[in-house]
Design a protein around this ligand. Structure first.
Ligand code: ADP
Ligand code: MG
Length: 358
């Protein structure tokens, strides 16, 4: 049996209507992406059972949580944890008290995650005695997530969990999130409107717009498609999975090997053998017919044009095949014509190292 979540909802609220059908994968971080007002929070609330008036069906791991015949499992019996943009901690309790609240709500027989385990994964050990007013924004979110996990949920819903944090606090919290997704094998739905953020964690992606799900699928595949609204966004880009092969400490560059060759990415030494995922924005990839010998560009890989989409604003989006993976490049109409690009053509993709971080 798998912890797959299947759902269908139809809902009208004033001018907004939600009409969705889909599924979220088990043991996966399911990214849920869409503009503000597209219905992401409403969908999460429906899944958690917080919108009892909404018609629909929800099934989790074979259990019916809701159906058209009148079955409706109340929120507290769904074992779903939800964390919002601004985690609401109990101000009168210290960190330990807040965490224990999650634990105490769950009968001993149903506790699947231990206190120490969760405290370690989220790095909360040194904060246990601290009062909540003395926590930074990032720490508040870590405690809120820890408290949610200690209720031993079977499904974790994160609604823009880092959106209220500044850049530095975000960078601080990401490794903890990565660790907990890796350690706890829990299906997660992670909502954000920041694709860069989503690309760090998600293995599957759901795109929403105006109360509808446009598409669901594997994240690499969807990010490399030319026909989805995300392809037209300024920060469109594909994902490449690779492994750290070495570090050049003189220039602070990680050497990343992937199926299409080698890339150099700026950042601290990530450690040889570490699996990494690079998001390469289409605007950072330019194309040439010959390998340039004297360019400042450090990353040049041989590629083949797979498909082209002429966008409306004088730009063309090109999908390339590099090794066994896809890369996007955004160039001008003129460059497309001058290079006579068409499917099957062999080119060299040039990616600025400064655009790549691990
Ligand atoms: P998202 O999370 O993607 O930003 P929401 O699910 O919050 O979208 O909102 C979907 C739509 O419902 C929006 O048009 C929003 O303005 C509206 N909406 C949200 N909450 C309420 C509410 N409590 N009452 C009425 N309309 C709401
Ligand atoms: Mg929302």
């Amino acid at each position: 049996m798998s912890d797959e979540l299947q759902f269908r909802f139809v809902h009208r609220r004033g001018l907004f209507s939600l009409e969705v059908e889909g599924r979220f994968g088990a043991n996966a971080v399911n990214g849920l992406y869409g503009p503000s007002g597209s219905g992401k929070t409403t969908l999460l609330r429906c899944l958690a059972g917080l919108e009892p008036q909404v018609r629909g069906e929800v099934r989790f791991n074979g259990d019916v949580w809701q159906d058209e015949a009148g079955c409706f499992v109340p929120p507290h019996r769904r074992q779903v944890a939800m964390v919002f943009q601004q985690g609401a901690l109990f101000a009168h309790l210290d960190v330990r008290g807040n965490l224990e609240y999650g634990l105490k709500r769950t009968p001993v027989a149903e506790r699947r995650l231990g206190f120490d385990e969760v405290v370690d994964a989220l790095g909360l050990g040194h904060l246990l005695a601290r009062g909540t007013p003395r926590l930074s924004g990032g720490e508040v979110q870590r405690v809120a997530i820890g408290r949610a996990l200690l209720a031993s949920p079977r499904l974790l819903l994160l609604d823009e969990p880092v959106a209220a944090l500044d850049r530095r606090s975000k960078q601080e919290i990401f490794p903890y999130l990565r660790e907990l997704f890796r350690a706890f094998h829990l299906p997660v739905v992670y909502v954000t409107h920041d694709m860069q953020e989503l690309s760090r964690f998600a293995s599957r992606l759901t795109l929403m717009e105006a109360g509808k799900i446009i598409v669901q699928g594997e994240i690499h595949e969807l990010l490399a498609r030319l026909d989805l609204p995300i392809a037209g966004e300024e920060s469109a880009g594909a994902l490449i999975d690779g492994e750290v092969a070495g570090y050049d400490s003189r220039y602070l560059l990680n050497e990343i090997r992937f199926s299409g060759g080698v890339l150099w990415a700026a950042g601290e030494d990530r450690g040889k053998g570490t699996q990494v995922r690079l998001r390469i924005r289409a605007r950072d990839v330019s194309l040439a017919l010959h390998r340039s010998e004297d360019s400042s560009v450090q990353n040049i890989v041989a590629a083949e044009v797979a498909a082209l989409a002429r966008l409306a604003n004088g730009r063309t989006l090109v999908r390339l095949v590099v090794g066994d993976t896809a890369l996007l490049s955004r160039i001008t109409w003129r460059a497309q014509d001058e290079l006579r690009l068409e499917p099957g053509k062999r080119v060299f993709a040039e990616i600025k190292s400064v655009a790549l971080h691990v």
